[in-house]
Design a protein around this ligand. Structure first.
Ligand code: NAI
Ligand code: MG
Length: 359
């Protein structure tokens, strides 16, 4: 069948972001060229990020969101520069896209790719670590509510208020239950800290219970976030799908990435499940100042994110083909230094392209 054309906005951003996004676009071009006409992708690149901010005072142009709304998906690198405070860059670009575009579900699959070893002794087969962490991506601890007064004085006050709305908790729970239902084990762990945080997270528990009634085939259990870190390291086999707040899942998913081998391979999707707005796909890592410009950034996190993007765009076959190519080069230990190898970003990219060109 002739493919539907998908229009993709690419935003490399800062540090190694542009390096891995360029690598990802190269792999996606090769995937399209070897798809016998079934995959049709069109890219437009935007040079948004900290350099633009330093020149103009804005990370993206005034009409940047309107521009993005014309695309089917966004492929994003990273934002953050050594000479810009992190809270300015994060809110200036990444959250400035996620929040208005209602990308309320942050989805982070973690699994052990054959060929990559986990730092956990008990994890020796891919089936031992196969998780999807669903992070509430629109409010909670990162709602942006709070302030500072009496700045610099001894009696200075700073508040950082967590915001939980029933609407947002319900929609993320529904997405999490539906994700758990789509997976073989149909198990969802609801993570909170509802012993110490008595209001927002107790409502979170209430809503989880209500939504669970619509998903009687999904087994739900509940964990406190501190105990969850122990379970992830001691009993990783017992976990399947996880849902947690913006802050908790941010932390748990970095731990998950490390337990699956390296932060350089982990992908994420910022989804608007209603599909009213384009969703955004990005590796979970940041700008990695220590390796910027060295040509050694691991591009696999960007490739895996690209595979998630294709799946979201309805291109399941192309997505699976890309994942198989990634798995084959990992199996051959074609690794950048973070995975103990000596390959460059270009070596890994070329190896994936070569796999795609083989029949
Ligand atoms: P980071 O992820 O940039 O780096 C942490 C460590 O992991 C570094 O040693 C780095 O070299 C390594 N690493 C990360 N990605 C890698 C890759 N693809 N290949 C090989 N090694 C890799 O986290 P860090 O240092 O905390 O943050 C640096 C900057 O990135 C900060 O400005 C931060 O705010 C920003 N950041 C942005 C994110 C985003 O845009 N979504 C996410 C995380 C951090
Ligand atoms: Mg993080």
């Amino acid at each position: 069948r002739p493919g539907t054309r998908h229009r993709i906005a690419t935003i490399g951003g800062d540090g190694i972001g542009p390096e891995v996004i360029q690598a990802g676009v190269k792999v996606l071009h090769t995937l399209a060229h070897t798809s016998a006409g079934t995959l049709d992708l069109d890219f437009v690149d935007f040079d948004w990020g900290s350099d633009l901010y330093k020149r103009t005072g804005r990370f993206l142009p005034q009409d940047g969101l309107d521009t993005l709304r014309q695309f089917d998906a966004i492929f994003f690198g990273s934002v953050g520069a050594p000479d810009v405070p992190d809270h300015i860059s994060l809110w200036g670009l990444r959250l400035a896209i996620c929040q208005p575009l209602q990308q309320y579900a942050n989805v982070r699959p973690t699994r052990l790719i054959p060929g990559i070893s986990s730092p956990l002794r008990s994890v020796t087969a891919p089936s031992h670590l196969d998780w999807v962490i669903i992070r509430e991506n629109s409010e909670g601890e990162y709602a942006g509510h709070g302030g500072r007064s009496h700045s610099g004085h001894d009696h200075e006050v700073a508040t950082e208020v967590s915001v939980f709305t029933r609407t947002a908790v319900r929609r993320i729970m529904r997405h999490a239950f539906a994700t758990a239902r789509s997976r073989p084990r149909k198990t969802l762990t609801v993570v909170t800290k509802s012993n110490a945080q008595r209001y927002g997270l107790v409502m979170w528990d209430d809503v989880a219970l209500e939504v669970s009634r619509d998903f009687p085939d999904v087994h739900m259990d509940r964990m406190l976030v501190d105990a969850m870190t122990v379970r992830m390291t001691m009993h990783p086999q017992s976990i399947d799908t996880v849902v947690a707040t913006n802050l908790h899942a941010d932390i748990l998913s970095d731990l998950a990435a490390a337990l699956a081998g390296s932060i350089g391979i982990a992908p994420t999707a910022n989804l608007d499940p209603t599909r009213a707005n384009p969703s955004m796909f990005e590796p979970i890592h940041g700008s990695a100042f220590d390796i910027t410009g060295k040509g050694t950034a691991n591009p696999v996190g960007a490739f895996w994110s690209a595979a998630m993007m294709l799946e979201w765009l309805g291109e399941a076959d192309s997505s699976a083909r890309l994942m198989r190519a990634i798995e084959r080069i990992c199996h051959q230990a074609i690794f950048t230094p973070d995975l103990g190898g000596k390959c460059t970003t270009d070596d890994v990219t070329e190896a994936v392209c070569n796999e795609l060109r083989r029949k």
